[in-house]
Write a new protein. Structure first.
Length: 93
């Protein structure tokens, strides 16, 4: 990571994450949210800021690849990481 990236401040507002057909408890929702935030921060720190992200840029909706999960074994931390990777990959296109 170069010095320019180290000193860059980014703010993201992810207004809504759609998880069709998935019923999470409030605790699981908080776990997923923390994991998504931490994982997305990690991707930016390790892989850099995608070229498509410029200052004052805004994306109304980000089409990302779908994530297949099993309702029987919901692991919010793992799901948050998958969503973060999908968001980062979508921004990198």
């Amino acid at each position: 990571m170069n010095n320019e990236q180290q000193n860059t401040v980014m703010n993201f507002d992810i207004g809504r994450v759609v998880l069709d057909g998935l019923d999470l408890t409030p605790r699981q929702q908080r776990q997923l949210s923390r994991s998504l935030q931490n994982s997305l921060r990690h991707r930016f720190e390790t892989d850099g800021i995608p070229n498509s992200v410029s200052s004052n840029s805004s994306v109304a909706a980000l089409p990302v690849k779908g994530i297949q999960i099993s309702n029987e074994a919901i692991q919010p931390a793992a799901l948050g990481k998958q969503i973060a990777n999908s968001i980062y990959d979508g921004l990198s296109k």
